[in-house]
Design a protein around this ligand. Structure first.
Ligand SMILES: C[S@@+](CC[C@H](N)C(=O)[O-])C[C@H]1O[C@@H](n2cnc3c(N)ncnc32)[C@H](O)[C@@H]1O
Length: 280
Protein backbone atom coordinates (compact mmCIF):
# COMPACT_ATOMS: atom_id res chain seq x y z
CA UNK A 1 0.00 0.00 0.00
CA UNK A 2 1.20 3.50 -0.78
CA UNK A 3 0.66 5.33 2.50
CA UNK A 4 1.36 8.83 1.25
CA UNK A 5 -1.57 10.92 0.10
CA UNK A 6 -0.02 11.63 -3.22
CA UNK A 7 -2.71 13.79 -4.79
CA UNK A 8 -2.81 16.58 -2.20
CA UNK A 9 -0.16 19.27 -2.61
CA UNK A 10 0.88 18.62 -6.16
CA UNK A 11 0.30 20.39 -9.46
CA UNK A 12 -1.20 17.20 -10.97
CA UNK A 13 -3.41 14.67 -9.19
CA UNK A 14 -1.50 11.36 -8.96
CA UNK A 15 -3.34 8.40 -7.48
CA UNK A 16 -2.09 5.04 -6.28
CA UNK A 17 -3.94 3.49 -9.20
CA UNK A 18 -2.10 5.76 -11.69
CA UNK A 19 1.25 4.86 -10.14
CA UNK A 20 0.43 1.11 -10.25
CA UNK A 21 -0.62 1.30 -13.88
CA UNK A 22 2.48 3.23 -14.94
CA UNK A 23 4.93 1.13 -12.95
CA UNK A 24 3.46 -2.12 -14.35
CA UNK A 25 3.62 -0.79 -17.88
CA UNK A 26 7.23 0.39 -17.49
CA UNK A 27 8.17 -2.97 -15.92
CA UNK A 28 6.64 -4.94 -18.79
CA UNK A 29 8.20 -2.78 -21.49
CA UNK A 30 11.66 -2.10 -20.08
CA UNK A 31 12.36 -4.40 -17.15
CA UNK A 32 12.79 -1.34 -14.93
CA UNK A 33 11.25 -2.00 -11.52
CA UNK A 34 9.54 1.08 -10.09
CA UNK A 35 9.06 0.30 -6.42
CA UNK A 36 6.92 2.57 -4.27
CA UNK A 37 9.87 4.65 -3.11
CA UNK A 38 10.28 5.75 -6.75
CA UNK A 39 6.93 7.49 -6.66
CA UNK A 40 8.31 11.04 -6.34
CA UNK A 41 10.79 10.35 -9.11
CA UNK A 42 8.01 9.10 -11.41
CA UNK A 43 5.93 12.16 -10.61
CA UNK A 44 8.67 14.67 -11.32
CA UNK A 45 9.90 12.96 -14.49
CA UNK A 46 6.41 12.66 -15.96
CA UNK A 47 5.07 16.05 -14.80
CA UNK A 48 7.01 17.58 -17.70
CA UNK A 49 5.18 15.29 -20.14
CA UNK A 50 1.80 16.26 -18.65
CA UNK A 51 2.65 19.96 -19.08
CA UNK A 52 3.85 19.40 -22.64
CA UNK A 53 0.59 17.56 -23.45
CA UNK A 54 -1.55 20.15 -21.59
CA UNK A 55 -3.09 17.45 -19.38
CA UNK A 56 -4.38 18.18 -15.88
CA UNK A 57 -3.96 14.83 -14.11
CA UNK A 58 -2.08 11.54 -14.23
CA UNK A 59 -5.42 9.78 -14.74
CA UNK A 60 -5.70 11.63 -18.06
CA UNK A 61 -2.14 10.65 -18.91
CA UNK A 62 -2.92 6.97 -18.21
CA UNK A 63 -6.01 7.20 -20.42
CA UNK A 64 -3.88 8.66 -23.21
CA UNK A 65 -1.37 5.83 -22.89
CA UNK A 66 -4.17 3.22 -22.98
CA UNK A 67 -5.84 4.89 -25.99
CA UNK A 68 -5.28 4.61 -29.75
CA UNK A 69 -2.27 7.01 -29.69
CA UNK A 70 -0.83 5.33 -26.63
CA UNK A 71 1.94 3.43 -28.33
CA UNK A 72 3.54 6.65 -29.59
CA UNK A 73 3.44 8.14 -26.09
CA UNK A 74 5.00 5.05 -24.51
CA UNK A 75 8.30 5.97 -26.21
CA UNK A 76 8.22 9.35 -24.44
CA UNK A 77 7.21 7.69 -21.18
CA UNK A 78 10.20 5.33 -21.39
CA UNK A 79 12.56 8.19 -22.29
CA UNK A 80 11.31 10.12 -19.26
CA UNK A 81 11.61 7.22 -16.83
CA UNK A 82 15.06 5.85 -17.70
CA UNK A 83 17.98 6.95 -15.54
CA UNK A 84 20.79 7.96 -17.87
CA UNK A 85 23.61 8.87 -15.50
CA UNK A 86 26.95 8.31 -17.20
CA UNK A 87 30.35 9.92 -17.77
CA UNK A 88 33.45 9.44 -19.87
CA UNK A 89 35.75 6.75 -18.42
CA UNK A 90 33.29 5.93 -15.66
CA UNK A 91 34.83 3.10 -13.60
CA UNK A 92 38.22 3.75 -15.17
CA UNK A 93 39.64 0.35 -14.16
CA UNK A 94 37.47 -1.21 -16.91
CA UNK A 95 39.22 0.89 -19.54
CA UNK A 96 42.67 0.04 -18.15
CA UNK A 97 41.78 -3.67 -18.32
CA UNK A 98 40.38 -3.27 -21.84
CA UNK A 99 43.46 -1.36 -23.02
CA UNK A 100 45.74 -4.16 -21.79
CA UNK A 101 43.62 -6.89 -23.43
CA UNK A 102 43.46 -4.98 -26.73
CA UNK A 103 47.22 -4.36 -26.71
CA UNK A 104 47.75 -8.13 -26.27
CA UNK A 105 45.39 -8.82 -29.15
CA UNK A 106 47.15 -6.26 -31.34
CA UNK A 107 50.54 -7.87 -30.66
CA UNK A 108 49.50 -11.28 -32.01
CA UNK A 109 49.02 -12.16 -35.70
CA UNK A 110 46.99 -12.14 -37.87
CA UNK A 111 47.07 -8.46 -38.80
CA UNK A 112 44.73 -6.69 -39.15
CA UNK A 113 41.84 -8.24 -37.24
CA UNK A 114 38.12 -8.03 -36.82
CA UNK A 115 36.94 -6.56 -33.50
CA UNK A 116 33.39 -6.07 -32.29
CA UNK A 117 32.48 -4.33 -29.02
CA UNK A 118 28.94 -3.76 -27.74
CA UNK A 119 28.01 -0.99 -25.33
CA UNK A 120 24.58 -2.24 -24.17
CA UNK A 121 22.74 0.56 -22.37
CA UNK A 122 25.10 3.24 -23.73
CA UNK A 123 23.09 6.26 -22.53
CA UNK A 124 24.36 9.49 -24.19
CA UNK A 125 27.42 7.86 -25.74
CA UNK A 126 30.19 8.67 -23.26
CA UNK A 127 30.76 4.96 -22.61
CA UNK A 128 31.17 3.89 -26.27
CA UNK A 129 33.32 6.94 -27.05
CA UNK A 130 35.55 6.05 -24.07
CA UNK A 131 35.83 2.55 -25.55
CA UNK A 132 36.72 4.10 -28.94
CA UNK A 133 39.51 6.20 -27.37
CA UNK A 134 40.82 3.10 -25.61
CA UNK A 135 40.84 1.14 -28.88
CA UNK A 136 42.68 3.88 -30.74
CA UNK A 137 45.29 4.11 -27.99
CA UNK A 138 45.80 0.36 -27.63
CA UNK A 139 45.87 -0.68 -31.27
CA UNK A 140 48.38 0.96 -33.59
CA UNK A 141 47.00 0.97 -37.14
CA UNK A 142 43.41 0.43 -35.97
CA UNK A 143 42.19 2.10 -39.17
CA UNK A 144 43.23 -1.06 -41.08
CA UNK A 145 41.18 -3.30 -38.75
CA UNK A 146 37.55 -4.20 -39.25
CA UNK A 147 36.71 -2.69 -35.86
CA UNK A 148 33.34 -1.37 -34.73
CA UNK A 149 31.47 -0.46 -31.59
CA UNK A 150 27.73 -1.03 -31.43
CA UNK A 151 26.12 1.39 -28.96
CA UNK A 152 22.51 0.60 -28.03
CA UNK A 153 19.93 1.99 -25.66
CA UNK A 154 16.17 2.03 -25.24
CA UNK A 155 16.10 5.83 -24.83
CA UNK A 156 15.90 7.58 -28.19
CA UNK A 157 16.85 10.99 -26.73
CA UNK A 158 20.10 9.54 -25.41
CA UNK A 159 20.86 7.89 -28.76
CA UNK A 160 20.35 11.22 -30.55
CA UNK A 161 22.84 12.89 -28.18
CA UNK A 162 25.28 10.06 -28.72
CA UNK A 163 25.03 10.26 -32.50
CA UNK A 164 25.57 14.01 -32.29
CA UNK A 165 28.61 13.45 -30.09
CA UNK A 166 28.39 16.88 -28.47
CA UNK A 167 28.51 17.49 -24.71
CA UNK A 168 28.89 20.24 -22.12
CA UNK A 169 32.59 21.01 -21.81
CA UNK A 170 32.50 19.86 -18.16
CA UNK A 171 32.56 16.32 -19.65
CA UNK A 172 36.26 16.92 -20.32
CA UNK A 173 36.93 16.69 -16.57
CA UNK A 174 36.61 12.89 -16.89
CA UNK A 175 38.83 12.42 -19.94
CA UNK A 176 42.61 12.02 -19.46
CA UNK A 177 44.07 15.28 -20.86
CA UNK A 178 46.31 13.48 -23.38
CA UNK A 179 43.23 11.67 -24.78
CA UNK A 180 41.12 14.83 -24.82
CA UNK A 181 43.82 16.59 -26.82
CA UNK A 182 43.80 13.85 -29.46
CA UNK A 183 40.18 12.78 -29.61
CA UNK A 184 38.00 15.78 -28.68
CA UNK A 185 37.62 18.94 -30.76
CA UNK A 186 38.41 22.32 -29.19
CA UNK A 187 35.50 23.48 -26.97
CA UNK A 188 33.22 26.18 -28.36
CA UNK A 189 30.57 28.10 -26.42
CA UNK A 190 30.77 25.70 -23.50
CA UNK A 191 30.30 22.64 -25.72
CA UNK A 192 32.76 20.01 -26.84
CA UNK A 193 32.49 17.42 -29.65
CA UNK A 194 34.09 14.08 -30.29
CA UNK A 195 36.54 13.85 -33.20
CA UNK A 196 35.57 12.16 -36.50
CA UNK A 197 37.96 9.29 -35.57
CA UNK A 198 35.73 8.43 -32.62
CA UNK A 199 32.48 9.02 -34.44
CA UNK A 200 33.53 6.65 -37.26
CA UNK A 201 34.00 3.76 -34.83
CA UNK A 202 30.59 3.94 -33.14
CA UNK A 203 27.12 3.06 -34.51
CA UNK A 204 24.14 4.05 -32.32
CA UNK A 205 20.97 1.94 -32.53
CA UNK A 206 17.80 1.65 -30.49
CA UNK A 207 17.57 -1.74 -28.82
CA UNK A 208 15.41 -2.86 -25.93
CA UNK A 209 17.43 -5.48 -24.04
CA UNK A 210 14.19 -7.30 -23.15
CA UNK A 211 13.20 -7.81 -26.78
CA UNK A 212 14.83 -9.77 -29.61
CA UNK A 213 18.28 -8.67 -30.75
CA UNK A 214 18.76 -8.28 -34.50
CA UNK A 215 22.59 -8.56 -34.52
CA UNK A 216 23.81 -11.71 -36.25
CA UNK A 217 27.44 -11.71 -35.16
CA UNK A 218 29.00 -12.17 -31.75
CA UNK A 219 31.16 -9.76 -29.79
CA UNK A 220 34.69 -9.81 -28.42
CA UNK A 221 33.73 -7.50 -25.57
CA UNK A 222 30.42 -6.40 -24.03
CA UNK A 223 29.88 -3.48 -21.68
CA UNK A 224 26.54 -3.73 -19.86
CA UNK A 225 27.09 -1.43 -16.92
CA UNK A 226 24.61 0.14 -14.52
CA UNK A 227 21.65 -1.10 -16.56
CA UNK A 228 20.50 -4.25 -14.74
CA UNK A 229 20.46 -2.57 -11.31
CA UNK A 230 17.00 -1.37 -12.28
CA UNK A 231 15.81 -4.91 -13.20
CA UNK A 232 14.55 -7.72 -10.97
CA UNK A 233 16.66 -10.88 -10.51
CA UNK A 234 14.79 -13.13 -13.00
CA UNK A 235 15.15 -10.45 -15.69
CA UNK A 236 18.86 -10.02 -14.87
CA UNK A 237 19.38 -13.77 -15.05
CA UNK A 238 17.74 -14.10 -18.46
CA UNK A 239 19.70 -11.13 -19.77
CA UNK A 240 23.13 -12.39 -18.67
CA UNK A 241 22.50 -15.83 -20.24
CA UNK A 242 21.58 -14.06 -23.48
CA UNK A 243 24.67 -11.84 -23.22
CA UNK A 244 26.83 -14.97 -22.80
CA UNK A 245 25.41 -16.29 -26.10
CA UNK A 246 26.40 -13.02 -27.78
CA UNK A 247 29.96 -13.02 -26.41
CA UNK A 248 32.83 -15.06 -27.90
CA UNK A 249 34.19 -17.80 -25.62
CA UNK A 250 36.96 -16.09 -23.65
CA UNK A 251 35.42 -12.67 -24.38
CA UNK A 252 35.11 -9.96 -21.73
CA UNK A 253 32.03 -8.63 -19.99
CA UNK A 254 32.13 -5.43 -17.93
CA UNK A 255 29.27 -4.73 -15.51
CA UNK A 256 28.39 -1.89 -13.14
CA UNK A 257 30.03 -1.20 -9.77
CA UNK A 258 27.03 -2.37 -7.72
CA UNK A 259 26.24 -5.42 -9.89
CA UNK A 260 27.53 -8.98 -9.76
CA UNK A 261 26.85 -12.32 -11.40
CA UNK A 262 27.06 -14.45 -8.27
CA UNK A 263 24.02 -16.81 -8.28
CA UNK A 264 22.82 -14.99 -11.40
CA UNK A 265 24.75 -16.57 -14.28
CA UNK A 266 27.36 -19.35 -14.25
CA UNK A 267 28.71 -18.83 -17.76
CA UNK A 268 31.34 -16.30 -16.69
CA UNK A 269 34.32 -16.33 -14.36
CA UNK A 270 35.13 -13.32 -12.23
CA UNK A 271 38.40 -11.92 -13.60
CA UNK A 272 38.66 -8.59 -11.75
CA UNK A 273 36.51 -5.97 -10.06
CA UNK A 274 33.18 -6.24 -12.00
CA UNK A 275 35.09 -7.80 -14.91
CA UNK A 276 34.00 -11.21 -16.21
CA UNK A 277 35.24 -13.63 -18.85
CA UNK A 278 32.96 -16.01 -20.70
CA UNK A 279 33.90 -19.60 -19.81
CA UNK A 280 30.88 -21.61 -21.01
C1 LIG B 1 22.52 4.53 -15.77
S1 LIG B 1 22.62 4.40 -17.51
C2 LIG B 1 24.19 3.60 -17.70
C3 LIG B 1 24.99 4.15 -18.86
C4 LIG B 1 26.37 3.53 -19.05
N1 LIG B 1 26.29 2.12 -19.32
C5 LIG B 1 27.25 3.78 -17.84
O1 LIG B 1 27.44 2.88 -17.02
O2 LIG B 1 27.73 4.90 -17.68
C6 LIG B 1 21.46 3.06 -17.86
C7 LIG B 1 20.99 3.05 -19.31
O3 LIG B 1 20.27 1.83 -19.54
C8 LIG B 1 19.22 2.11 -20.43
N2 LIG B 1 18.17 1.05 -20.32
C9 LIG B 1 17.32 0.82 -19.30
N3 LIG B 1 16.50 -0.20 -19.59
C10 LIG B 1 16.86 -0.64 -20.82
C11 LIG B 1 16.38 -1.68 -21.67
N4 LIG B 1 15.37 -2.48 -21.32
N5 LIG B 1 16.98 -1.85 -22.86
C12 LIG B 1 18.01 -1.05 -23.24
N6 LIG B 1 18.50 -0.04 -22.49
C13 LIG B 1 17.93 0.16 -21.29
C14 LIG B 1 18.74 3.49 -20.01
O4 LIG B 1 18.01 4.15 -21.01
C15 LIG B 1 20.03 4.18 -19.62
O5 LIG B 1 20.52 4.99 -20.65
Amino acid sequence: MISLDISQQREFAFSERDFRFLSELVGERTGIVLAEHKLDMVYSRLARRLRALALSSFAQYCELVKGPDGEAEIGNLVNAITTNLTSFFRESHHFEHLRERLAELAAKPPFPKKLRIWSAGCSSGMEPYSIAMTMLEAIPGLHAWDARILATDIDTNMLATGAQGEYADSALDHIPPAYAKKYMLAPQDGRVSVSPDLRDLVAFKRLNLLESWPMRGIFDVIFCRNVVIYFDKPTQKKLFYRLADKLKPGGWLYIGHSENLHAVCDRFRLAGRTIYQRVA
